[in-house]
Design a protein around this ligand. Structure first.
Ligand code: ZN
Length: 137
């Protein structure tokens, strides 16, 4: 049986009711753990101009960075409306790669089914963009 860190799960769950998703009705909450063990949460925030929508994962990362975090060790994505766990989107994976590394753990949880998937960031985004192309070496 796969387990997820309780504090990450609780952090995501505690803000999940604040997810603002009136257009997609796809509510997501996320939590990240920084290099000092601190936990930060976020929810997706949609906009009537769809392109301005921000995912829960990036809100959580930006919240962490705002508080001084510079390393992301763990990520939990809590999908409220999906029967399947959902991975971070490509944009979120790239942002996570800025502060995490290939070993950063990504926990994906479906609230509806209880299904859990666990991957490493390097598995989800094996060829991340880097200035100077370092990831392609
Ligand atoms: Zn995303």
């Amino acid at each position: 049986m796969i387990r997820v860190p309780r504090d990450l799960f609780n952090a995501a769950l505690s803000v999940s009711g604040n997810s603002y998703a009136p257009y997609s009705n796809f509510h997501v909450a996320a939590a990240v753990r920084d290099e000092r063990g601190r936990v930060f949460a976020g929810v997706n925030v949609e906009n009537s101009s769809y392109g301005l929508t921000m995912c829960a994962e990036r809100v959580a990362v930006f919240n962490a960075v705002t508080q001084g975090a510079r390393g992301i060790r763990e990520v939990l994505v809590l999908a409220l409306d999906s029967d399947e766990p959902v991975p971070p989107c490509g944009a979120c994976l790239q942002v996570l790669s800025e502060f995490g590394d290939d070993d950063t753990v990504v926990y994906m949880v479906s609230w509806k089914s209880g299904r859990i998937d666990v991957r490493r960031l390097g598995e989800l985004l094996p060829s991340k963009f880097r200035l100077k192309g370092r990831s392609m070496e």
